[in-house]
Design a protein around this ligand. Structure first.
Ligand code: TRP
Length: 469
């Protein structure tokens, strides 16, 4: 292995890098739009439940595996559990590749929005026509170009390894991101749609949530917390033994969840405050998928003091949030070739990056540029409709597959590995605890019983359920 096993400079270093991985498009882009699609409240509650019952214990489990093995991915599982368990690492790398191949496309939109905002800031804001975003999505070359640009940015950083680069960059970026998000939310609090937004997000009406919402909430918890494919194993492997796994995980989970909720509050308030926007979104004219890229610029330029400066800045930050997330995915994918084949990091990054990029071309063209790729769906095909849901288009199909299947299955593997395969004595010794305490027992029992039962029940329910509206 050529990767240097240095450690994070400080305990804060891990928290910053891991929150950088967790906070990303999942929070700013995906959480608001799937919450909207699932009619709010009840979905948010299920999501919060999944974060506490599944997310936190599994994150602690992944960090534990990495920190104990001092290795990432398949080699970590192999070292602690033997060859059979290393498959979990390979599954994770495959899931990472799938996620990257569409994540890069959406990340590319932030570069475009940045560019567009620069134009508005200097040339004056013009409300875009309601089909402007659709036209943008349907421009195949533009989509591929933006994806390529983002892929190169990511590769350039992963090439340098995960050491100090990530820690330093995220230490600067994360606080700024927090400040801008708070400013957004505070501004939103003075808008008329506030109460309606709160009602939609925080009052649960289970009757209005489609059944598939349960699966999506769990999938989103995995996705948003960067769990299920070994990203936290990789980051945990750089952690010092003296740093508390519990503390660090609680921090990352809290920061990530707060970001998701705040993004939702800001976005919903804006939509519900601007009548034309509300009409368009409710009627499905402006796809909810584009919320982050359509509704926010509108707020910046029409409602917000200082929006002219903040708008471009905000999209730089969206780009950085996405980048600090793709770094962890890129690292997981590349390190598998470094570890398994002994490839040099440069070769591994270039080849895996190239393969992922080819995959992402299909996703990039599935937004309107290619009819075939945009309209492919398996909703009427037995078995495949379970795996891919009722989604249409390559990008959405890949997202559904990765978030709702690959990540929960990967997470299930980790619960079985830490909860059942590893011996309690061994874990206690590694943690430097003499006798098990309440927190330890809660954690282990979550991993042993609660989390696996919940995930398996969910998988069975989805696999046999007919209720996919
Ligand atoms: N958590 C990131 C987001 O919310 C996406 C992500 C980064 C991820 N690394 C991951 C998802 C590892 C699953 C596994 O945008």
């Amino acid at each position: 292995m050529t990767m240097q096993r240095d450690t994070w400079d400080s305990k804060l270093g891990f928290i910053m890098a891991a929150s950088g991985s967790a906070v990303g498009l999942g929070n700013l882009w995906k959480f608001p739009y799937i919450t909207w699609e699932n009619n709010g409240g009840a979905f948010v509650l299920v999501y919060l439940g999944a974060v506490v019952i599944l997310g936190l214990p599994i994150m602690m489990g992944e960090i534990f595996v990495g920190r104990t093995a001092h290795l990432s991915g398949a080699p970590a599982y192999k070292k602690l559990g033997g060859k059979g368990w290393s498959k979990l690492g390979y599954l994770g790398a495959a899931a990472g590749g799938v996620i990257l191949s569409y994540y890069m496309v959406i990340a590319g939109w932030s570069l475009y929005s940045f560019w567009q905002c620069l134009g508005w800031s200097f040339g004056g804001y013009e409300t875009p026509s309601s089909d402007a975003f659709g036209t943008f999505l349907g421009n195949g070359w533009l989509q591929i170009g933006l994806t390529a640009l983002f892929t190169l940015m990511n590769a350039a950083i992963v090439l340098r390894g995960v050491g100090r680069g990530i820690e330093r960059a995220t230490r600067v970026m994360m606080p700024i991101l927090v400040v801008i998000m708070l400013y957004l939310v505070i501004t939103a609090m003075f808008m008329p749609g506030r109460n309606e937004a709160f009602a939609m997000i925080f009052s649960a009406d289970f009757g209005r949530m489609p059944a598939v919402g349960y699966l999506e909430a769990v999938g989103q918890a995995f996705f948003s917390l960067s769990l299920g494919l070994g990203a936290m194993v990789a980051y945990g492997s750089y952690m010092k033994k003296s740093d508390s796994i519990t503390h660090s995980a609680i921090w990352v989970v809290s920061v990530d969840t707060l970001f998701a909720l705040l993004a939702c509050v800001a976005m919903f308030t804006i939509i519900l405050s601007v009548p034309e926007l509300k009409a368009q979104v409710t009627a499905g004219e402006v796809g909810t998928v584009g919320m982050l890229f359509i509704t926010l610029p509108q707020l910046f330029y029409t409602q917000m003091p200082g929006g002219v400066v903040l708008a471009p800045l905000f999209f730089i930050l969206v780009a950085f949030a996405a980048l600090s997330s793709t770094l962890s995915l890129g690292e997981v994918v590349a390190s598998i070739m470094i570890d398994r084949r002994g490839w040099h990091r440069k070769k591994a990054v270039m080849i895996t990056g190239g393969i992922v990029f080819v995959g992402s071309i299909f996703a990039a063209l599935s937004l309107g540029a290619s009819d075939a790729l945009s309209s492919v769906t398996f909703k009427n095909v037995p078995v495949l409709s379970t795996i891919f849901g009722t989604k249409t288009g390559i990008l959405s199909l890949l997202d559904h597959l990765a978030a709702n299947w690959l990540l929960p299955v990967g997470g299930l593997g980790t619960t079985l590995f830490v909860g059942w395969f590893l011996k309690n004595d061994f874990i206690l010794r590694e943690l430097g605890i003499k006798n098990s305490n309440v927190i330890f027992n809660l954690w282990i029992w979550c991993l042993r019983v609660v989390a696996p039962v919940a995930i398996v029940a969910l998988i069975i329910a989805v696999a046999t359920g007919k209720d996919f509206s």
